[in-house]
Design a protein around this ligand. Sequence first.
Ligand SMILES: C[S@@+](CC[C@H](N)C(=O)[O-])C[C@H]1O[C@@H](n2cnc3c(N)ncnc32)[C@H](O)[C@@H]1O
Length: 298
Amino acid sequence: MFQLKEGAHLHISRGIILHDDIAGQSAGRFLKTNGGVPIFIHRASLEDYVLHMKRGPAIAYPKDACTMLLLMDITEGDHVLESGSGSGAMTLFLSRAVGSKGRVLSVEIREDHLKRATLNYECWRTSWSLRRGVEWPDNVQFHNADLCTASWLLAGHGFHAVALDLIHPQLVLPTVLPHLHTGAVCAVYLANITQVIDLLEGLRCSALPLLCERIIEVPVRDWVVAPAMWKDRGYYSRKAPILEENQRKEAEEETSDETDRELATEQHPTFRTVPYIARPHHQQSSHTAFLVKLRKCV
Ligand SMILES: C[S@@+](CC[C@H](N)C(=O)[O-])C[C@H]1O[C@@H](n2cnc3c(N)ncnc32)[C@H](O)[C@@H]1O
């Protein structure tokens, strides 16, 4: 992922492309490096952006960030509290979900992290306006504060949801809870199951009005589905079973819809002549987080 700059070069293992040769080209096309190797160029989606943007602390991964939006049932127009801002990945997903009518208050204790999150947010907004010709809603307020002692900051706010991704969430809940609407959800992102236990034990000891409704992990498995090829790039050939005459007749009778069969053969004469391989991709992301859904009760 890179930003186009006049006169700059993109150096990759397969050669060089001039940024000037990319500028003005529509996204989703192949361009050739100086060595003639085709390179596919497209714009970064929000998922690409958060995975490749500069990071301070570890981000909430897109699969987890999106599931947190579901757990909190975030809707356009919502007012949401988030902490810590970290690198700003979760912030961007929240900003998109609440839209131009909603607001996100993002609180971060460390100045350097806050700076990183703000830069990433602004950079995404700039690229959005360049690409779409319209502004990304400026709906996030970043604040440098310790959420444990930020009652002054939250005064007057009422939140439809709270998203927490910080090391000891149980310590900030007493400050946050008075500002969360009753019946609303606080979603917590925690890397280790021992932190989940500390959170639940913290809730038990402090007797806060929160019900733990769910503790989940979000596994996503990438798959490879592709025509099976030999090393020389030739296709495997599909081997039909050798059937006795009566078995063959029975099989033909089973595929009785002539029109469909003829159409398929006419339009895709080679359809299903090549066998496929289908298996989980060898590169998988490992465990990222546990997500805890806490609902405020009366
Ligand atoms: C793992 S990062 C959050 C990453 C973020 N969700 C993202 O997607 O980029 C955790 C952040 O919480 C901040 N933090 C920890 N304790 C805090 C507190 N009491 N108040 C505010 N921020 C806090 C840390 O400084 C750190 O930047």
